[in-house]
Design a protein around this ligand. Structure first.
Ligand code: MLT
Ligand code: MN
Ligand code: ZN
Length: 308
């Protein structure tokens, strides 16, 4: 399986347009050792021809251009055979509306995420310009779904698992019950070699299920939004703590660094992604980054490639 990181940052990216925290300033003026990052999205393929995007970031146009394997091969064409959504947050879905040039799209999402995106959304009409412009393939919790390419097998299949999370902010307070389908992790298997990619960019708590999902991966992408619970509060950027935003921090006692350990005898590839611009692990020379790396974690960067 070929894996390419198109964007490694959380919502807002790095630098974020309205932020002058030390990291964002450093990404602009070089005063800190940090790379600019686009918002989280990853491309995966079994054969290097048919590609699937994990989430559709607001920067999708530039992200497609950044990776030649995603460029059209004919006058009107795309090697992108499907887009998988882990939740309905705008940093994961807004890119869909940018893909409006009448190209047929295939989107894989839970029914709750689909409804949250299409219902009451007048802008969604831009993806209804031609009959059948968007095909929604439902991801049932725990059920395996084949990813198809041009109607045939792509060599990949996916299972969505419910993971602690939250509703997108723009759906909060609207009628309609919250659902276990609001936020999922993806377990993607390559048929041929049986290699397993587990993609968990938003995790509110490390539960027993999250732990076993993570342990089963040959390659794990995990929520790296915040280093600490009070990261935004401490710099005066927000009153919201990591747990209010349903992101388990990396550091600290209950953090993912301490809670997620590989199964004995296994050395999976483990990558933190969906990195908020305030996160100290973004700085090449930070002690937090060194601690994560000592524990065997990589810090995602845009353009990172993994051959699994
Ligand atoms: C998140 O990951 O918590 C969301 O992207 C936050 C947001 O929508 O601003
Ligand atoms: Mn996000
Ligand atoms: Zn910032």
């Amino acid at each position: 399986m070929d894996i390419r990181v198109l964007g490694s940052a959380a919502g807002g990216g790095c630098p974020q347009w309205n932020c002058a925290c030390a990291n964002c300033r450093g990404a602009r003026d070089g005063s800190v050792r940090i790379e600019a990052r686009r918002q989280e999205s990853v491309a995966v393929s079994a054969d290097g021809e048919a590609w699937f995007l994990l989430n559709a970031s607001p920067e999708i146009r530039a992200q497609i251009e950044s990776f030649p394997a995603l460029h059209p091969r004919r006058l009107r064409d795309s090697p992108i055979q499907g887009i998988l959504l882990t939740n309905g947050d705008l940093d994961h879905t807004l890119g869909l509306l940018s893909l409006r040039e009448s190209q047929p799209l295939v989107v894989y999402a839970t029914e709750a995420v689909r409804r949250g995106f299409v219902e009451g959304n007048v802008l969604y009409r831009t993806l209804q310009r031609t009959p059948g412009q968007v095909t929604w393939n439902t991801l049932p919790l725990g059920g395996e779904v084949e990813l198809t390419a041009d109607g045939g097998a792509s060599g990949l299949s996916v299972v969505a698992f419910a993971v602690p999370g939250k509703l997108p902010i723009h759906l909060e307070g609207l009628p309609g019950a919250r659902s276990a389908e609001d936020n999922v992790g993806l377990r993607i298997v390559e048929r041929r070699g049986g290699r397993v990619l587990v993609y968990l960019p938003a995790v509110g708590r490390v539960t027993a299920e999250v732990r076993s999902l993570a342990r089963d991966a040959d390659c794990l992408f995990f929520d790296g939004t915040f280093w600490s619970e009070d990261e935004l509060v401490r710099i005066g950027a927000s009153e919201r703590r990591a747990s209010d935003m349903a992101h388990v921090p990396i550091g600290g006692e209950g953090g993912s660094l301490a809670s997620l350990t590989p199964a004995p005898g296994r050395t999976p590839i483990r990558v933190y992604i969906h990195l908020n611009n305030t996160n100290p692990v973004l700085r090449e020379d930070s002690p937090e980054r060194a601690a994560a790396q000592r524990a065997g974690w990589r810090i995602a960067r845009d353009g990172m490639e993994i051959a699994l």
